[in-house]
Design a binder for this molecule. Sequence first.
Ligand code: PLP
Length: 409
Amino acid sequence: MVFNLKKDFPIFTSGELKDKVYLDSAATSQKPKIVIESLIDFYQNYNSNVHRGIYDIAEKASSKYEEARDKVAKFINAESLSEVIFTSGTTEGINFVVDAWARRKLSPGDEIIITQAEHHANLLPWQRLAKELNLTLKYIKLDLDDFTLKWDGLITSKTKIVSVSVCSNVLGPIWKNGINEIKALIEDAHKVGAKIVLDAAQSVPNAVIDVQMLGADFVAFSGHKMLGPTGVGVLYIKKDLHDQLEPYQVGGSMVYSAVFDKSIWKESPYKYEAGTTPIAEVIALGTAVDYLNKIDFKELAKFESYLCGKLIDGLEQIPEVEIFGNRDLIRDYGHLVSFVVKNIHAHDIAAHLNTNDICIRVGHHCAQPLHVLLGAEATARASFYLYNEEQDVDRLLKFLPEAIKYFKR
Ligand code: PLP
């Protein structure tokens, strides 16, 4: 089984990954040629600011920028273009919600619910806000037997925000019933009037998200994990909230009028995009979406989970290896596998694999509290995307035992 797409990615055909195995797409994906060309085209041919100038290239830049918004809106099935806000990434998207919504709407004693499996991007902003405003931060517990989350009884009338990852960057799938469980969580949160924030950094690139089907209030994701450039991301904000949600930042280009003692904001999305945004990156993200639109996401999920299953099969043959995550769910629809090798530091394993041209990620993956729960200071993670091949797994499984042998000497 193979998608055979490496040919579209210059880093694999002529760049430094030509003869290497890249298993770190959960950190950042590689970029197809058309995305790189889109960046070059902007700077080489029509570089200008957007929504300001009236000369030809400024009009062209503005219309390409808005085309990208349209592509992203269709990709996530947003009801309106006004719901798609360009940010610098998932981190900024969540900080946006924390500062512009939660900081203004929550009062001491109110509850925020997140999970024990969050990336720091969806933990630290809430932790800080809870301390500052005297809020209660509650955690949906991770069941360490099956690596899934259960929120039964946690949502109360005091719950004002529920903010969760759709897919963990360490464990992969964490919701037993997948997206249906996220939908049920959203419904439960809405029953008590709480708003729901989805950290979709790991899910949009591999499984997309239908925001209307889910009914989430806020959804944050990053362009660089879905074939787009760094420095750009998306915050989906449900239309119903626009009247109640103040801008996160204020400044250039987001007002209808400003006089010395007051200003009137534009409508969304413009009121939420103050200053000069990452224009080239937004346009190139639109190109990445064009590329992704040619991919059958059901086939992609099958392909990635097949590679995960093959890796798990191999890892299970190595007695020193302990795998984290729900293996059944990963075999079903995962795109990454995390593991440790007993008595050998994950960094040593990764360094040794690197000498054999294999790039994997090691560390706490910006999920330190989760690693404390797992009892691992660091884990090794292999993550897959549409350009990976079966041989990549074979190579990892060939050289991992060699690394273990080397460090056990
Ligand atoms: N949330 C999850 C689940 C992630 O995996 C990441 C990045 O790895 C982030 C948030 C933060 O994304 P970014 O660094 O692009 O803002």
